[in-house]
Design a protein around this ligand. Structure first.
Ligand SMILES: C[C@@]1(CC(=O)O)c2cc3[nH]c(cc4nc(cc5[nH]c(cc(n2)[C@H]1CCC(=O)O)[C@@](C)(CC(=O)O)[C@@H]5CCC(=O)O)C(CC(=O)O)=C4CCC(=O)O)c(CCC(=O)O)c3CC(=O)O
Ligand SMILES: NC(=O)C1=CN([C@@H]2O[C@H](COP(=O)(O)OP(=O)(O)OC[C@H]3O[C@@H](n4cnc5c(N)ncnc54)[C@H](O)[C@@H]3O)[C@@H](O)[C@H]2O)C=CC1
Length: 196
C-alpha cells in the first residue's frame, strides 16, 4: 500500500534521533530546518552533528540506547517522532517496538517494516514543499523527480506563493463568492508566473 503524505508542524517540538552517524546527520539537518528541537542519543557522534550541537536546538546524550533514556525524554515532554538510525539492527528493532507500543511515530532507517512513517525527498522553495516518496523503492528515483521539479518550477515560486497568500486573505474579505475568488486567483497566478 502506498504511503499517505502528511505535512506536520515541527516548530518547537522535540524529535529524538538514536544513532549519530551519516544518516542521522542528514535527518537532523532536515528537521532543524523546520524548527524542531533535536535530542541525539549515541555513543559515537558524527563530526557534523557535533558542529550542529553548538546551536541550542541540538542536545547530545553520549550513551548507548536504553529504554530508560527514552522514558526520561517522554517525562520531560511530548516527542513528535523518533528516528532509529543506529547501525545495529537489534537495537533498531527494540526502539521500533518501544515507540509502536506507545504510539510514538517511528522511522527506522534500515527497515521500512519497522517504520510507522518514512522520510521523503524534499523540494523546498519558501513555503512550497513537495515531499516525494517511492514507498521505499529507492531514493535514487525520488531524487530524480525532485530534480525535475527544481529544474522546471520558477525559481521564485516560493515568493509567488507568499504574494498569492496575501492576496487570497484580502479577497476573502472583498469577494464573497468563492468560485469568483478562485478565478481571480488563477488569473493572478498566471500573471505572476508570466512576469518571471
Ligand atoms: C524507506 C526509507 C526509510 C527512511 O529513511 O525514512 C529509506 C531506507 C533506506 N535507504 C537506503 C539507502 C539510501 N538512502 C539514500 C537517501 C535517502 N533516503 C531517503 C529516504 C528513505 N530511505 C525512506 C524511503 C524513501 C522512499 O520513499 O523512497 C531520503 C529520501 C530522505 C532521507 O533519508 O532524508 C534520502 C534522500 C534525500 C534526498 O532527497 O537527497 C541514499 C542515497 C544518498 O545517500 O544519496 C541511499 C543509498 C542508495 C540506495 O541504496 O538506494 C537504504 C539501504 C541501506 C543499506 O543498503 O545499508 C534503506 C533501507 C532499505 O531500503 O531497506
Ligand atoms: N534510510 C536511509 O536513508 C539510509 C539508511 N542506511 C542505513 O542506516 C544505518 C546507519 O548508517 P550510518 O549513519 O552510515 O552508520 P554509522 O556507522 O555512520 O553510524 C551509526 C551510529 O549508530 C550509533 N550506535 C550504534 N549502536 C548504538 C546503540 N546501541 N545505541 C545508540 N546508538 C548506537 C553509533 O554510535 C553511530 O553514531 C545503517 O544500518 C545503514 O544500512 C544507510 C544509508 C541510507
Amino acid at each position: 500500500m502506498a504511503y499517505f503524505p502528511l505535512y506536520i508542524n515541527l516548530d518547537d517540538t522535540k524529535v529524538v534521533v538514536i544513532g549519530a552517524g551519516k544518516v542521522a546527520s542528514r535527518k537532523i539537518k532536515d528537521v532543524l530546518e523546520y524548527g524542531a528541537k533535536v535530542v541525539v542519543i549515541a555513543p559515537m557522534i558524527d563530526e557534523e552533528i557535533e558542529k550542529m550541537s553548538v546551536c541550542n536546538d541540538v542536545k547530545i546524550i553520549k550513551a548507548e540506547f536504553t529504554e530508560a533514556l527514552l522514558d526520561e525524554e517522554l517525562r520531560e515532554g511530548n516527542i513528535s517522532f523518533v528516528v532509529a538510525a543506529t547501525n545495529n539492527r537489534d537495537v533498531n528493532i527494540i526502539i521500533s517496538r518501544y515507540c509502536k507500543s506507545r504510539r510514538i511515530p517511528i522511522n527506522v532507517v534500515d527497515d521500512t517494516e519497522l517504520c510507522s512513517f518514512i522520510f521523503s525527498s524534499i523540494y523546498k522553495n519558501g513555503d512550497i514543499i513537495c515531499g516525494i516518496s517511492s514507498g521505499g523503492k529507492g531514493p535514487v528515483i525520488t531524487q530524480y523527480i525532485r530534480d525535475i521539479l527544481k529544474d522546471n518550477l520558477p525559481d521564485n515560486i516560493g515568493e509567488i506563493a507568499d504574494i498569492m497568500g496575501k492576496e487570497r486573505e484580502k479577497l476573502k474579505k472583498s469577494e464573497p463568492d468563492q468560485a469568483k475568488r478562485a478565478v481571480i486567483l488563477r488569473e493572478l497566478l498566471n500573471e505572476l508566473i508570466n512576469a518571471g
